[in-house]
Design a protein around this ligand. Structure first.
Ligand code: NAD
Length: 453
């Protein structure tokens, strides 16, 4: 279900052909003055239906006069949105409920001219710790400036949540993600060598977000040591096991063991994800990165799964690199890498190395993807050294939001946001300190929003 009561039990009044405003009775106040956008790009399946408006960017507006076509319209709607995100499908469900409610009212003698259903994407926003709230707010502003309607369900995890609820990962976070299926998350701090275990790892494991997806690309105009190289690589890091299984114990005093867990199921899933992506995006090469010369069983199993998967994708060139050699090659010839697939720990380390090639942690986006849920987050941490100073670079989270927009079907908005970020970098006048500029978080964000218009 949607995170907020989006369904107006109220009726609408038509302002003009392309704008509707919700009226009274239970509709959330904030929706009362929002226009439904133009009915451009009506999906073909809906074009024949006079009763329906469909806004390609975010909403279904549905009107009915209780005609006998209602059922047909709903079915058409189901058909049109079957590949759309869950939130839209929920909206259709709500639509059916609305119709049932309306029919009841009709029988009681009250005749309404139409029902309007207004739907926004429900997204869980987890601002996080340190610079998290600063970059999350900046990103939310930029996303809203694309014109896509988002209902943010803001929930806390990390230090702030612990202060309020006594828990670093309160149930509200998982409940919200269970509802919305999509999250945008700022960084959350984890104490080193003691204290609570990582919330990020817990979230990935609890929601089975088995893919960590990190595209690493050079932004135009950015001065880095590798600025003249066409770096464009995609990292697929397994996200749920390996040494991050968090199984550690002290065998005897001063002797500890950490278990490295590698399973066929998880290894096959990440390998399949990498090859399917490579095929879909017309990438040429996948390289599996490992240390199977030493960890013959665990990394050996990971590698076997990659080889077996590679055999099913003959159109993609497959190779293997031992992780230490891979790190050297990444620094010496980063432009030769295309798609990389790695177990969890190597993936974590190599992701930061790759981020360093294209301007640092403030730049690179990330997505944690599972079968039922996706959480988008930057690669960087909570940066306690600069928290609260208004200087954090929100690019990484904005780029993560760009991935999120594409994921929820808002490809146009995703491309516009990407181009706006690139324009600000190409101009070079409003860059943050970490990438050689002197602007603060707000100034950079304002520039991105201006470039969107
Ligand atoms: P970090 O990424 O927080 O900081 C490393 C360096 O990069 C710092 O100098 C910081 O100022 C700079 N930096 C990072 N992000 C920046 C940004 N957006 N703009 C400008 N500069 C930026 O890494 P760390 O210091 O190793 O970790 C700090 C905390 O973050 C730890 O508790 C760690 O566990 C946590 N962490 C969380 C995540 C996550 O939530 N996904 C990821 C990594 C680390």
């Amino acid at each position: 279900m949607l995170s907020k009561p989006l369904l107006p039990s109220a009726y609408s009044r038509c302002q003009n052909k392309s704008q509707f405003f919700l009226t009274q009775r239970g509709a959330d106040e904030q929706f009362l003055s929002r226009p439904v956008r133009q009915r451009d790009r009506l999906p073909p399946v809906l074009r024949g239906h006079g009763h329906m408006d469909f806004d390609h960017t975010f909403c279904i507006a549905y009107r009915t006069n209780y005609s006998r076509n209602n059922r047909a319209n709903i079915l058409a709607c189901h058909q049109a949105v079957k590949d759309r995100p869950q939130v839209i499908q929920n909206a259709v469900l709500n639509l059916e409920l609305a119709l049932r409610g309306a029919q009841t009212e009709r029988h009681s003698g009250f005749r309404a001219p139409r029902i309007l259903l207004y739907v926004a994407h429900a997204i869980t926003l987890i601002p996080g710790d340190g610079i998290g709230p600063e970059v999350a707010d900046a990103t939310a502003r930029a996303v809203e400036a694309t014109g896509v309607s988002i209902e943010w369900d803001r929930v806390d995890a990390g230090v702030e949540a612990e202060k309020a609820t006594g828990k670093y990962l309160p149930d509200t976070v998982l409940e919200s993600l269970g509802r919305t299926k999509v999250g945008l998350k700022g960084p959350v701090g984890t104490p080193i060598a003691s204290g609570h275990s990582s919330i990020n790892v817990a979230l990935r494991k609890r929601l089975n977000l088995f893919v960590n997806f990190r595209p690493v690309r050079m932004l135009p105009g950015l001065k880095t040591r590798f600025a003249d190289l066409p770096i464009d690589m995609i990292i697929f890091r397994e996200n749920t096991e390996d040494l991050y299984a968090g199984i550690e114990h002290e065998v005897v005093p001063d002797v500890v063991e950490s278990l490295k867990v590698i399973t066929r199921v998880a290894s096959e899933k990440i390998a399949k994800a990498a090859f399917e992506y490579a095929t879909l995006e017309k990438r040429k090469k996948v390289v599996a990165i490992h240390k199977a010369n030493i960890m013959k069983m665990s990394d050996g199993l990971f590698l076997r799964c990659c080889r077996e998967t590679a055999a099913r994708f003959p159109g993609i060139e497959y190779s293997e690199l031992i992780v230490d050699n891979a790190c050297m090659q990444l620094v010496m010839r980063p432009e030769t890498f295309d798609v990389l697939v790695l177990p969890n720990l190597y993936g974590d380390i190599v992701s930061d190395l790759a981020a360093g090639l294209v301007g640092g942690l403030g730049i690179v986006p990330g997505a944690n993807l599972g079968d039922n849920c996706a959480v988008f987050e930057a690669v960087h941490g909570s940066a306690p050294d600069i928290a609260g100073k208004g200087v954090a670079n929100p690019t990484a989270l904005m780029q993560s939001a760009r991935l999120m927009l594409a994921h929820i079907g808002e490809r146009d908005a995703a491309i516009r946001l990407q181009k706006a970020i690139e324009k600000v970098y190409a101009d070079g006048k409003h860059l943050t300190h970490d990438v050689g500029g002197s602007a603060g978080t707000k100034e950079f964000t304002d520039a991105v929003i201006a470039a969107l218009r």
